[in-house]
Design a protein around this ligand. Sequence first.
Ligand SMILES: Cc1ncc(COP(=O)(O)O)c(C=O)c1O
Length: 378
Amino acid sequence: MSAVRIPFNKQVELPGNLDLISEAVKSGQCAGNGPFGKRCETFLEEVIGCRRALMTTSCTHALETVGLLLDLKPGDEVIVPSYTFVSTANAFALRGTTIRFCDIRSDTLNLDESLLESLVNEKTRLIVPVHYAGVACEMEAIMKIAGGTGIEVAEDNAHGLFASYQGEPLGTFGTFATQSFHETKNFSCGEGGALLLNREDLIERAEIVRDKGTDRSQFFRGEVDKYGWKELGSSYVISDILSAVLLGQLQRREEITARRGEIWNRYYSELKNWASASDVRLPFIPDGRQQSFHMFYLIMPSEDARNRFIDVMRGKGIGAVFHYLPLHESEFISKKQYTDPCPVTSDISRRLVRLPIYYNLSVEEQEEVLGAVKIFEC
Ligand SMILES: Cc1ncc(COP(=O)(O)O)c(C=O)c1O
């Protein structure tokens, strides 16, 4: 098997990044809640317009913080799409809740809001829409359903940093939103995340949950004269060294997003004819949405064509990869509970493949990817 020369993903490489890391190390304040973490948080608050951003060790841990803040417990129900990463559901399964899986729309691959009414009941505490590929869910409809019933919404926005829905930034709709700065994301510090909060009264508790259940943040701000154990929490504060890595990228957010956008648009315009002749579907971006250009996927006509495509691309040294396995079909859930079928998720999961897209993907590499795709016969 030939080695992959053009990987599916590469972490952003920017000049000057190492300077910020050494500044963080030399400052002697490498733990969490340091100056770089605070600058990242202020940046996110100002650009997105959320009430408060808290840097966390991962998106997974930001989601777990939501579970703790809402005091979720056995008997409560949480609605998540089946087509998502394990963490979207696992974070709430950890609290003993019952996970209700919602199928996805076949156009955007986002949670199908028309199915929510049938899943909501008196036990429902939370809906977690995932903005798949950084293309917004139908937030107006979702917020309407949740709003009438007192159910909370946490946007899993791991893919969609700086994207928007009808002009409003993602992360400002739900009471909570969670971001990922994992290596595979548009902006990354290897492993990292953020919890965005849009309700003032939860901010102090969120700081406590993030900091081992203690009011250490308030202590360091001089608001209390000693700190102690206040409620259940964990160690979800990210090191300032990682925040330094991230800050360098956030400061160049327009350039990073624009570069990804150029690649995405080029793939789209150059693959349009091949796709329609080959019965392949390209991503769909509805009106009123500014996407994050996180992902470029193809929906192949069959699972067999998808698997052959991955093998052929790998044979040419190009990393093309599948995505989520349906959570409602997972071993963990199958052993635990009955779940309603999610036929669109099951179908899409078997046919979707993603092409390499990252900031440092050169024009020549893009041409190589496009050339290899355009001669593939489904
Ligand atoms: C939709 C979604 N949510 C959550 C996560 C978890 O992110 P993290 O690795 O930062 O915990 C991922 C990871 O890829 C994801 O795709």
